[in-house]
Design a protein around this ligand. Structure first.
Ligand SMILES: [Zn+2]
Length: 255
């Protein structure tokens, strides 16, 4: 009897691949400072501990990441760059690679050809084996930057791999082995992050400017509750795969 026969409980782990071989170089592409840590921080920390160089590409300046209507948004963007560098260092330690800021205005990111070229150039320069990004096909995803960031990661991988895209880069084309999309609409890949939950939380907590608006953690009690929410979610994602904690992705290979 098939596990997927109607009326039978499907095995939640069916159809999933598990734990890529540690890449030599990984590039995570997020719309805003902190998106990468939420999306794949445990996986990046695990790979870095095993020798992978971890690069970050943040597409917008994060200048709208506050509930304070009178905030100095230029100062906020500066502060968030520093927070992102700290988060990258906390995740990857001595394997932390570049932290690149494309600097587009928060909330106004576009997945147009010019922006795709800028992202493809970074992929060609850094030559990652694995690229990670937002899933642009996540249903009912509201934030336009997350949709555009996901499309940019996908479209830039296609452009970077083929020699006739953007020849003005004057860089060798580069074909990553895998693309992993977080917050996946239809996940098909799981990474065991049981050993790196603490590293992910430590990196998330580098984004101090986001404690109020994103993490709802303005005091120690709320910060503890935030940690519990994140750790609980990772445990929930791992349970069907008999892992203490996991991050799941839509994996696209054969790029
Ligand atoms: Zn974001």
């Amino acid at each position: 009897m098939s596990a997927n026969e109607p009326g039978q409980p499907a095995s939640p782990a069916a159809g999933f691949t598990t734990d890529l071989a540690t890449p030599r170089v990984a590039l995570a592409i997020g719309a805003h400072p902190d998106d990468v840590e939420f999306g794949c921080g445990g996986t990046l920390a695990k790979w870095a501990a095993a020798g992978c160089v971890v690069h970050h590409l943040v597409l917008t300046d994060g200048s709208k990441g506050t509930w304070d209507a009178h905030a100095d948004t230029a100062a906020l963007a500066q502060r968030r760059q520093a927070e992102q560098r700290e988060a990258a260092a906390r995740l990857a330690g001595e394997r932390a690679g570049s932290v690149i800021f494309l600097g587009d205005v928060d909330g106004e990111l576009d997945s147009d050809l010019a922006t795709r070229s800028r992202v493809a150039r970074v992929i060609r320069e850094l030559q990652p084996d694995v690229v990670l990004g937002h899933d642009p096909w996540k249903r009912y995803r509201l934030h336009p930057d997350h949709r555009h960031a996901g499309l940019l990661a996908c479209d830039a991988v296609v452009a970077a791999r083929d020699p006739h895209f953007f020849p003005e880069h004057s860089l060798a084309h580069h074909r990553p082995e895998h693309l992993l999309l977080w917050e996946a609409d239809a996940p098909n890949h799981v990474e065991d992050v049981s050993a790196t939950v603490a590293a992910k939380l430590h990196a998330l907590e580098a984004h101090v400017s986001q404690f109020e608006s994103t993490m709802h953690a303005v005091d120690e009690g709320q910060l503890a509750a935030f940690r519990e929410r994140i750790a609980g979610r990772l445990a929930e994602l791992g349970a069907p795969h008999r892992m203490a904690a996991a991050e799941v992705f839509a994996r696209i290979s054969d790029l």
